[in-house]
Design a protein around this ligand. Structure first.
Ligand code: GLY
Length: 347
């Protein structure tokens, strides 16, 4: 089967490659450099390390999970790159999910004032969203992703075979971002998810290739129009205003990011109807039905029941006030069109 390619025309253009069994090709690209190192996490390395084939290249392994997105961990990664004698022409291969991609991207942005990073995402969420577009960050006590940089990767290798071993919670999290992408893209993408929900849940590899390609093409077009999020890129935050608040109020790591985004999107739809922004009256029902079929919660109440988190209105309002994006709501108008609405100032 041939590898699919998508170009991202940012200031420094790069290519996304999609296919089955192509993870090792990221290493072939890295070997063409003077030196390289691999950053991964314990879980990914235990599952895929042997087949990845890093040979005797230095491999930096961090604990799996959100706690690795910290300044302390960033420092140990930078120390490891120095110990491995990486130079300015070297590169870092980030082989893992969103945490490894964000941490590796930031380490590459900082090491010797910036080396190349090659992304080889291993989760659905990282494949459809976080590995593309150059956002890198670690968390601070005050919130998620508060210290970071824009540092576009030099290439992204999306191997759908890696998704076969993903646990159900991580897969569901990715599906939340897949739905977001389809809402932003329009009727054709959304209808494809509706028509294939069961096959998508069953992780059909050919369908996954089509769906992920649609997501990354959609994301690439937004990032190309607004690399540093001065305006249009904010659309990618659909579902994130309430989504981030849910993650914060529940305690980071308790509700998977994409699951929180799925609930946030449904709430944004309802709010859009209340504020008279929503033109497609059938969208809330279709969105809720798709979430149900993809085993995502259909609202806050169901999320409270499934996680046991209180997520009170007061907790969520406090969490939104602390959000670095200032709680701007991205409201759907119809499939393929959203509007950014600033929070109301108290009079
Ligand atoms: N994940 C949203 C963005 O890359 O802008």
């Amino acid at each position: 089967m041939s590898t699919r390619r998508v170009e991202v025309r940012t200031q420094r253009p790069y290519e996304l490659r999609l296919g089955r069994g192509i993870a090792g090709e990221s290493l072939a690209a890295a070997r063409r450099r003077s030196r390289f190192a691999v950053l991964t996490d314990e879980r990914v390395w235990a599952l895929h390390g042997e087949r990845f084939g890093a040979g005797d290249a230095p491999v930096v392994i961090v604990p799996a999970g959100e706690s690795s997105k910290s300044f302390a961990r960033l420092e140990t990664v930078l120390d490891a790159l120095a110990e491995a004698r990486l130079d300015r022409k070297s590169c870092l291969v980030a082989f893992g999910g969103g945490v490894v991609g964000d941490l590796g991207g930031l380490a590459a942005a900082l090491y010797m004032r910036g080396i190349d990073v090659l992304q080889c995402p291993t989760t659905l969420l990282a494949q459809v969203d976080s590995s593309v577009g150059g956002k890198t960050a670690v968390n601070l006590a005050a919130g998620k992703n508060l210290a970071g940089a824009f540092h576009q990767p030099s290439g992204v290798w999306i191997d759908v075979d890696l998704l076969a071993t993903l646990d159900d919670a991580d897969y569901a999290s990715g599906l939340g971002e897949v739905i977001k992408s389809a809402v932003l893209a329009g009727e054709e993408d959304f209808a494809r998810l509706e028509a294939n929900a069961e096959a998508l849940l069953a992780r059909d590899p050919d369908l996954l290739l089509d769906v992920i390609e649609a997501c990354v093409r959609q994301k690439a077009s937004v990032v190309e129009s607004d690399e540093h999020e001065a305006g249009p890129r904010r659309a990618l935050n659909l579902g994130h205003t309430l989504g981030h608040a849910i993650e914060r109020a529940a305690g980071f790591g308790r509700v998977p990011h994409g699951v929180a985004v799925a609930v946030g999107m449904q709430q944004a739809c309802l709010r859009s109807a209340q504020e008279g922004v929503l033109q497609d009256r059938d969208l809330p029902r279709r969105l809720m039905s798709l979430c149900r079929r993809l085993k995502l919660p259909t609202g806050l109440e169901e999320l409270r029941e499934s996680t046991g988190a209180a997520l009170t209105e007061g907790e969520l309002a406090d969490a939104m006030r602390l959000d670095k994006k200032g709680a701007v709501w991205i409201l759907p108008v119809r499939l393929g069109e959203v509007r950014a609405v600033e929070p109301r100032r108290p009079s």
